[in-house]
Write a protein that binds this ligand. Sequence first.
Ligand code: ADP
Ligand code: ADP
Length: 208
Amino acid sequence: MRMVFLGPPGAGKGTIAKLAKEFYGIPHISTGDLFRENIKNETELGLQVKSILASGGLVPDSVTINMVRNRLAEPDCKKGFILDGFPRTIPQADALAEMTDLDAVVDFQLSREEVIKRLSGRRLCPSTGRSYHIVFNPPKVAGKDDETGEDLIQRPDDKEDAIMHRLDVYAEQTEPLIDYYRKKGLIKEVDSSPKPTEVFELLKKALA
Ligand code: ADP
Ligand code: ADP
């Protein structure tokens, strides 16, 4: 299964991808996670993109496309993949079409109001990237990771100004991809508003 997860930031793509990768036995490739890993490890790429991520803008297409091309060339992608957060622009989608065929593009649908609630309450474990929500998926001890006990952090781009900017960028640059893929007959719509286990059931039905 070769899939793309589309939908606004905060729709729950990463959360559902973690369930789907086990179920379908395919890797979960999140371009946001790849960029954050590079930032944490202070690689050349990480230094190049750090301020872009913090502001909520998009990394240039050429940089992003190269990173994805390298990742898709790895052997674990032969049996399929979940691309989460890529493509985000029409040129990225055109480049992806040159790299591989796709079986489905899932549009995770959630209102702007719910998106803002999910993003503003999201917290992460800095070393493992495990994600929580202060109301919808709280850790056992407030502010601490369930396993490592580390202090949870808020992503710089989950602060209010950056959230608003990301939603504008999504509407301008990424939302047009829904029509782009609908014309190719690939779009599967999934209501992302119920709890994660239910969203996952809706995904399995949409893909069956
Ligand atoms: P995305 O990858 O689309 O940006 P995430 O999977 O990181 O979204 O989810 C954003 C936030 O919303 C996280 O804090 C997560 O715990 C929470 N969340 C994810 N899915 C749901 C859901 N179905 N119901 C409630 N909260 C959710
Ligand atoms: P979200 O919670 O918005 O789904 P991601 O983790 O997917 O966030 O992405 C975080 C940031 O990483 C984006 O705001 C952007 O700066 C950068 N990024 C991720 N994927 C792409 C992409 N395909 N093209 C350009 N920039 C990207």
